[in-house]
Write a new protein. Structure first.
Length: 89
């Protein structure tokens, strides 16, 4: 009649799917797995961290030195010329 569930489980509505726990579960899994990956591959993790820090530093440096609003062009052989502009966000 109740599919083998106890009366308490049937009353609690155990047949309904959980609500919104997937994102929290994935975040928890990543939080648990990250130290294991770092411990297993320390050189690769250090290299990846250094690369991310270098990219952030390069991006910040470029954003400070670029004249905003000026249209610039770059010529790509075989593709033509591309115009680009850095705008304020």
């Amino acid at each position: 009649m109740n599919g083998g569930y106890t009366a308490r489980a049937v009353m609690a509505g155990s047949d309904s799917p959980p609500n919104g726990g997937l994102v929290v579960s994935l975040a928890f899994l990543a939080l648990v797995a990250l130290p294991l990956v770092v411990a297993s591959y320390p050189l690769a993790s250090a290299g990846l961290l250094a690369g991310v820090v270098a990219l952030v530093a390069l991006g910040r440096s470029l954003s400070r030195h670029v004249d905003r609003g000026t249209v610039r062009t770059i010529s790509l052989p075989g593709l033509g010329t591309v115009e680009y502009r850095f705008t304020r966000s």
